[in-house]
Design a protein around this ligand. Structure first.
Ligand SMILES: [Zn+2]
Length: 331
């Protein structure tokens, strides 16, 4: 099995966005520690819109200089040491700004498809360039912010023009819809990898794009009751390391607590307890690839322990790999 441990590298987008140090830098340092101890590499989907905004506003507010440096230096270090740095787009940064004290985050246009064609083209070009300027390596993989990449036909041209041909945002049977954000992967194929053309959830043989979906797992409400209760009972172990709050997702928590739901296999918080179980299921299905999502901000002390255990137990049996190592852009 090829195992891709992937992280969306970003702060929070709610009222309280948290600090760069607690949401990104220090939890990522823990990931670096694990990767060096076991000689494995991870994939980081970097929220480039934030780097662009930091760069813009550090010229007005010098207090942002340290955040800008910390992020760009950590991304450069990750890339130099063999981790994968790929494209994560949260286009709401276009409408957001720093007011001298905090980021004022406007999520009215949360999805890339909320922008017009020429704006989309410019965003994909500029956001990708931020990364290639830092890493000098090929950027060809996309992870949509908040899983919002539909309708993909609106994004397609910009991706073709910028050499993005692999997406890793879909998780099978995932479905959510609210005013700001929505995704629907209920019809996605039950496959570890497939090609697509206009919609990432529809397989097209010989399509231009490759989908390497995030592995999906079914959770009962009991799992989430446990997750929330453990967070209260033992916050030291189970509280997220990031110091912000997620943006509102109306109805989402209620759905998790009352219904069986399909969720991405994740290393965030208590979800990390399911890594081994998810791997077994995928092996039974004879899948070749396992893709795990995580967020440095949403890691807990518990999930870091679980990740370390998962890596140490499987490092010899399976291949922990990156998109660049497994699918590097054929030109
Ligand atoms: Zn994100």
């Amino acid at each position: 099995m090829n195992i891709f441990i992937t992280f969306d590298y970003e702060i929070y987008f709610g009222e309280n966005h948290g600090t760069v140090e607690k949401c990104i830098i220090s939890p990522t340092a823990e990931l670096i520690r694990i990767s060096e101890k076991y000689d494995v590499r991870f994939c980081f989907f970097v929220d480039c819109g934030f780097i662009l905004k930091l760069d813009e506003f550090r010229k007005i507010y010098p207090q942002l200089e340290s955040d800008y440096k910390a992020i760009t230096q950590q991304v450069e270090y990750l890339s130099k040491t063999g981790h994968d740095i790929q494209l994560h787009i949260h286009p709401h940064w276009e409408d957001s700004y720093y007011n001298g004290e905090k980021w004022v985050i406007d999520v009215k246009r949360y999805k890339l498809s909320d922008f017009n064609d020429s704006e989309i083209a410019a965003i994909v070009f500029r956001y990708k360039k931020v990364l290639t300027d830092i890493t000098n390596k090929s950027v060809f993989v996309f992870r949509a912010g908040g899983w919002c990449l539909q309708p993909f036909s609106k994004l397609k041209n910009a991706f073709v023009e910028n050499g993005i041909n692999l997406d890793s945002s879909v998780f099978r049977n995932g479905f959510y819809s609210s005013e700001q954000y929505s995704y629907d992967f209920r019809n996605a194929p039950d496959k570890a990898i497939y090609k697509f053309e206009n919609e990432p959830e529809v397989e097209i043989k010989n399509g231009f794009f490759t989908e390497l979906p995030i592995s999906s797992i079914k959770n009962s409400p009991l799992f989430f009751w446990k997750l929330f209760l453990l967070g209260r009972k033992n916050p030291y172990l189970h509280k997220p390391l990031g110091d912000g709050r997620a943006m509102a997702a109306p109805g989402y928590r209620k759905k998790l607590l009352t219904r069986v739901t399909n969720n991405p296999v994740s290393v965030d918080g208590y979800n990390a307890s399911l890594l081994e179980k998810a791997l077994c299921r995928l092996m039974k299905k004879k899948f070749e690839h396992m893709v795990v999502i995580g967020h440095p901000k949403a890691l807990s002390r518990y999930s870091i322990q679980m990740l370390e255990q998962f890596v140490s137990e499987n490092n010899r049996k399976h291949l922990f790999t990156t998109y660049s190592n497994s699918f590097s852009n054929k030109k």
